[in-house]
Design a protein around this ligand. Structure first.
Ligand code: SF4
Length: 326
C-alpha cells in the first residue's frame, strides 16, 4: 500500500440521548464506534452497510463537518481533529463531499455559475473573468453545457444536478472526496454514467474517494477496497474482488447474497437478511451481530471479536471467520 493520504484511527461519534426536564444525558447513540482504516492516493474505499449503520455519519465526522467524540483523522499526516478553524478551512479545499440528493445540496436561489464559483471566492482562488472561465471549464469537464451558467438547479434533471454537484466539489482541485450515496437517487441508466464520470475524474486528477453506498453492485463497480460497516463498526475490510468472491464475515455474506440478481432464473439463490438492526443506544453484548447470526455460539454473546487480518489485506471481526460455515 502507498503512503496513505487519509488515516483514520479509532474514530468515534457518540450522540448523547437526553431525557427529563433537565435534559440529562441518559445514554448515547454510538453512530461511529472505534473505526480505523487508511486510504491511499488515487484509491477508492467503498463503505457499505444497511441504512442506519453509521456510514454517512462516518463520512461527515471524517471531514469534521461533525465533531468526533474521540479518535484521530490524518490527512496528509496532519491530524484534522486538532486543527484550528483557520487551518481546517484551508485544508477543506483539498477534501470535499458530494451528497446523495443533488437538489437539496444546491441552493435553489443561486445560479449554477454562482454555486460553482462560490468555492473560488471563499478560497480566494479566482475572480471576475477568470472565475467565470474556470466555472465554464468545470461544467465542460463534467459534461454539462455552458448555457447552464445562468440557470437555476430546478431547471436540470437529477443526473445533471449531480454533475453540477461534482463540478462544485472539483472547483478547489481536491485530493480527497467523500461521496455519500451519490448515485442512489438516480435512475439505473444515469447511475452508470455518473460512476464512469467518477472513474474518469479519478484517472485524470488522481483523487481518492471514500464511496459510501448501501448498494453493493454500485460499490463493486467503483471501489478498489471495500469496508463493511455494522452498528458503527467495520466488520470486514478487503480488496473489492476478494470481498465479493470470498466474504468471510456472516454479515458480509448475507449482504452479498441479498443483492438482487439481474437474471430472474437465479432468484432462488438470493438470501434476504432477517431481523432488524439492534438499537445503537443499547447494542447487544459480545459480537453485535449475534442476534441475527445463524452461526452464533456462546462465545459470540460474551466476547466482542476484534477486526484482525485473516489473509493479507483481508480483515474480519468474527470469532469463526476461518471456520467452514454452511
Ligand atoms: Fe456470527 Fe459469532 Fe462471527 Fe459474530 S462472532 S459474526 S455471532 S459467528
Amino acid at each position: 500500500m502507498n503512503n496513505p493520504l487519509v488515516k483514520v484511527k479509532n474514530l468515534k461519534k457518540h450522540f448523547p440521548v437526553r431525557a427529563g426536564v433537565f435534559s440529562r444525558a441518559t445514554g448515547a447513540v454510538k453512530a461511529v464506534d472505534g473505526v480505523s482504516f487508511e486510504i491511499s492516493p488515487n484509491e477508492t474505499l467503498g463503505l457499505v452497510g444497511e441504512s442506519g449503520c453509521g456510514k454517512s455519519t462516518l463520512g461527515r465526522v471524517l471531514l469534521r463537518l461533525i465533531e468526533p467524540t474521540a479518535g484521530e483523522v490524518y490527512f496528509n499526516d496532519k491530524n484534522l481533529v486538532t486543527l484550528g478553524s483557520e487551518e481546517l478551512r484551508r485544508m477543506r479545499k483539498e477534501m470535499q463531499i458530494i451528497f446523495q440528493d443533488p437538489y437539496s445540496s444546491l441552493n435553489p436561489r443561486m445560479t449554477i455559475g454562482n454555486i460553482i464559483g462560490e468555492a473560488f471566492t471563499i478560497h480566494h482562488l479566482a475572480k471576475g473573468r477568470e472565475k467565470k472561465d474556470r466555472v465554464l471549464a468545470l461544467l465542460e469537464e463534467v459534461g454539462v453545457h455552458g448555457e447552464a451558467y445562468n440557470r437555476y438547479p430546478h431547471e436540470f434533471s437529477g443526473g445533471q444536478r449531480q454533475r453540477i454537484g461534482i463540478a462544485r466539489a472539483l472547483a478547489c482541485q481536491p485530493r480527497f472526496i467523500v461521496c455519500d450515496e451519490p448515485v442512489s437517487a438516480l435512475d439505473v441508466s444515469i447511475q452508470a454514467q455518473i460512476l464512469n464520470l467518477f472513474l474518469e475524474l479519478q484517472e485524470k486528477y488522481k483523487i481518492s474517494y471514500l464511496f459510501i453506498s448501501h448498494d453493493l453492485r454500485v460499490v463493486e463497480h467503483i471501489a478498489d477496497r471495500v469496508a463493511v460497516m455494522y452498528l458503527g463498526k467495520i466488520v470486514e475490510l478487503a480488496k473489492a474482488p476478494e470481498l465479493y468472491k470470498n466474504p468471510l464475515h456472516p454479515y458480509s455474506k448475507i449482504l452479498l447474497a441479498s443483492v438482487p440478481l439481474p437474471d430472474p432464473k437465479l432468484k432462488k439463490k438470493r438470501t434476504i437478511i432477517t431481523g432488524d438492526v439492534p438499537s445503537p443506544i443499547n447494542p447487544p453484548p459480545g459480537c453485535q451481530f449475534h442476534p441475527r447470526c445463524k452461526h452464533a455460539q456462546d462465545s459470540c454473546r460474551q466476547t466482542e471479536p476484534e477486526l484482525i487480518e485473516h489473509a493479507p489485506g483481508h480483515l474480519v471481526a468474527c470469532h469463526f471467520a476461518d471456520a467452514e460455515k454452511p
